[in-house]
Design a protein around this ligand. Sequence first.
Ligand code: IPE
Ligand code: IPE
Ligand code: MG
Length: 225
Amino acid sequence: MNRAKHIAIIMDGNGRWAELHNQKRVKGHERGAKIVKEITKFCVECVDIQRLTLYAFSTENWKRPTLEVEFLMKLLEKYLKKELSTYIQFNIKFEPIGDISAFSSSLVKTIKNVQEKTAHCDGLVQSLALNYGSHDEMLRAINKLNSIDEDITEATLSDALDCKHNVDLLIRTGGDHRLSNFLLWQSAYAELFFIDTLWPDFSSDELKKIIKKFKKIERRFGALK
Ligand code: IPE
Ligand code: IPE
Ligand code: MG
């Protein structure tokens, strides 16, 4: 049976959830943050899962209204500060991916602090994709490798990426069937699950059901059975 060692999630549908409940979009993001905590804690308990990568803010999300972007930045900072003790308590290592240099110095400091304080943790790795886009990640990696004389190999390119780990199971909530610039290289052989549930309604029970289905899939990687 397959093991979902690396699960990646496109957490989509916060705004629509809020609209459905006659609330402002930001209320959906607030509720979404609670689900991040629930799902992370669930993954800690699953022996198979070593890595959980969550898409929190894309390189394209800057196109949103300033107030929403500002709210998301504040929410992220608040979440990381509040949950630092949870990361440590549950032995979770925090690893951001994406170009965080575009964030305010205070947010960068908070991100780096959680990263440093959880560097010793050797349980689940929770990776938040922050100002992340696969195209940007690949361009930064290629530019990093530019000065090297040898030919670039699959291994050297993979190692130069922010996320160096292939995805086993990729889930997108919110009903859309697209990857929106998320982990394109790493998901080459991921099993894809697109579900209608809006992120604030997602639960560990639903994740459990997806993992059960994932385990039964025949993953051939181009070979025959
Ligand atoms: C995903 O929810 C969260 C972020 C992109 C930060 P959305 O905000 O995209 O919610 P919908 O898709 O508009 O419902
Ligand atoms: C993808 O959701 C990004 C995150 C979940 C952070 P979007 O809502 O930004 O994606 P599109 O615009 O529908 O492709
Ligand atoms: Mg969306």
